[in-house]
Design a protein. Structure first.
Length: 317
């Protein structure tokens, strides 16, 4: 493509060189064109690299859970990040798909069991409603927002690119916390895995955009409990610039800026197209207490000191 463009430019300026002899030679023009093409190519490559950079939110925290929600310590940590168990919290159950939700919804009980005392339920399926100041007022007053489970496309349809979406970014920018479990976890990434309206076994479906609080990431959940530990490979092979993060049930990552820590009870799997196990495996596991740097895509395990995870090598699939 670049060579063809350069050739066309050479041919188009040839009459100019022949009829306007002012010391500018064909050779010098070719050098100028080649330099211009090189700069253009490097600029494009830099732009692609920048766009593909995996990163977390500059401020605030994310609590991303793989489903299950039997470990109340995760919700306690969420409350602490929000400023305390009495901090104002908004719970959004829209992914569940029920006809209606109100303050009597039984799904709020787990938050109360964790000791959270100031809980507001917020729900709509209508993006026009979600795009109003009146609806987002509760988020503007909150110090934490939580998305519960169900189908992630319901959340995308209701809240993507609305004032709710803006209010959530504002929440992070004032050092608040956003959490989610199952579908509520996947929606927090930039790529929406299992977003097809026809079923949750389709990894790349008719909804592919998440809320994007972590950029260049696809998040999956219920990883080991539902034998999903190979499923993210499909997405990463199709979109190798993405980082895949698979979380098992009752397991979470706490994301702050460009690092996260694993908490809970089980494992988190990492799918990075440029890293694999020395045996050829296309993903590897992080355990409780492990940390991960999103910018460098380096997993760290604290022993006597932080060290890279063993057996993970830089090698393209």
């Amino acid at each position: 493509m670049v060579e063809e463009w350069g050739l066309r430019l050479d041919q188009s300026i040839w009459p100019l060189v022949c009829h306007n002899n002012r010391g500018l030679t064909v050779m010098s023009l070719r050098i100028i064109i080649m330099n211009a093409v090189a700069v253009f190519t490097l600029t494009c490559l830099f732009s692609v690299t920048t766009m593909a950079q995996t990163s977390g939110p500059e401020r605030g925290s994310l609590v991303i859970v793989g489903g299950g929600m039997q470990d109340l310590d995760i919700l306690v940590r969420f409350g602490e990040l929000a400023g305390g168990l009495d901090a104002p919290i908004v719970v959004i159950p829209t992914a569940g798909g029920a006809d209606n939700y109100d303050q009597s919804w039984q799904g709020l009980q787990q938050f109360r069991d964790a000791g959270l005392t100031n809980i507001t339920l917020l729900h709509t399926y209508d993006p026009a409603v979600a795009d109003t100041d009146a609806f987002t007022g509760a988020i503007q007053q909150a110090q934490g927002v939580w998305f519960t489970g169900g189908r992630q496309w319901q959340l995308a349809d209701a809240y993507m690119n609305t004032k709710v979406h803006e209010a959530l970014w504002d929440l992070l920018n004032r050092d608040g916390v956003i959490g989610g479990s199952s579908a509520g976890a996947t929606i927090l990434g930039s790529y929406l895995a299992r977003g097809d309206t026809s079923g949750n076994t389709i990894m790349m479906g008719d909804h592919e955009e998440g809320l994007g609080f972590i950029k260049n990431v696809a998040i999956d959940q219920h990883l080991l409990r539902r034998n999903r530990h190979f499923d993210l490979i499909e997405i990463i092979e199709e979109k190798p610039e993405l980082l895949g993060i698979g979380l098992d049930e009752n397991t979470a990552i706490i994301v702050q800026n460009n690092k996260f820590e694993v908490i809970g009870q089980s494992y988190v799997a990492i799918f990075d197209h440029n890293r694999m196990l020395d045996s050829g495996g296309k993903f590897y596991f992080l355990r409780i207490g492990d940390q991960y740097d999103l910018l460098s895509r380096q997993a760290l395990r604290t022993q006597t000191a932080e060290q890279p995870i063993e057996r993970v090598v830089e090698k393209t699939w």
